[in-house]
Ligand binder design. Structure first.
Ligand code: PLP
Length: 238
């Protein structure tokens, strides 16, 4: 697990929220903040939740499920919303389907079908996003743009899932212009599909490109290190 300082987490969260609010105001957006807590212990999430953060993202099935369980057992009053945002293998879909509110990294039908079959009937439908490989040269995760509609047409038939939109993880870029290129392409794809499928969520923007993502139309930014600090993967538990 990565180390953290609860006071610093709260201070950085305030700064990120201010920055997001400024960007929302400046660009006429209403993007929400997801705090990405991978590699950080439940206590770091608790520090952020106690100052009002509600939406969290996790990347690893075991680690994420453990945190969701810990909060449901110890802090049900916090009503946290959990997004699974990492690559998901088919043998890990069940615990995720049983716990998370969203899976934002759907990149093939098989995973969507398993999540649909494994979603407990007493829970609300699982919200899902299709992860798009928007800059195909540099990144390996996500579906190619040309296959997004085919996948969406199949996902909307799955009654225990609710397809809410798209997400992407573009390759890191150094300049604002370079950062904006894939984000603008995502926005164009989102605008093309949103009325067809009733999309309301375009998840893009991380610590390094949050404001440019808001400028390009993001509705949900995913911010990790700018809130929790440096991640230490060497101590990651399996
Ligand atoms: C880790 C991660 C983030 C957060 O990245 P930071 O650069 O730390 O803000 C956002 N999205 C995904 C999919 C991630 O895996």
């Amino acid at each position: 697990m990565s180390e953290f300082d609860p006071v610093a987490v709260c201070q950085r969260l305030e700064m990120v929220k201010n920055e997001l609010e400024k960007a929302n105001c400046r660009f006429g957006q209403n993007a929400q903040l997801m705090a990405v807590s991978k590699t950080f212990p439940a206590q770091a999430v608790l520090a952020a939740a106690q100052v009002g953060q509600r939406v969290f993202g996790e990347n690893y099935a075991q680690e994420g499920c453990d945190k969701v369980d810990w909060f449901r057992a110890n802090h049900p009053e916090l009503c946290l919303v959990w997004h699974f945002i990492g690559p998901l293998q088919s043998n890990k879909t069940r615990p995720v389907a049983e716990r998370f509110d969203w899976v934002d990294s759907i990149d093939r039908l098989k995973i969507a079908q398993r999540l649909n079959d494994q979603r407990p009937k007493d829970l609300a439908p699982l919200n899902v996003l299709i992860e798009v490989n928007i800059d195909s040269e540099s990144s390996k995760s996500g579906v190619p743009v040309s296959e997004v509609r085919n996948l969406a047409d199949e996902i909307v038939k799955l009654t225990n899932l609710k397809l809410r939109g798209l997400m992407c993880i573009p390759a890191p870029a150094l300049t604002r212009n370079e950062q904006a290129k894939p984000l603008k392409a995502m926005r164009a794809l989102f605008d093309e599909l949103k009325d067809i499928y009733g999309f309301d969520t375009l998840s893009m923007g991380m610590s390094a490109d949050m404001t440019v993502a808001v400028e390009c139309g993001s509705t949900l930014v995913r911010v990790g290190s700018a809130i929790f600090g440096h991640r230490d993967y060497s101590k990651k538990s399996a």
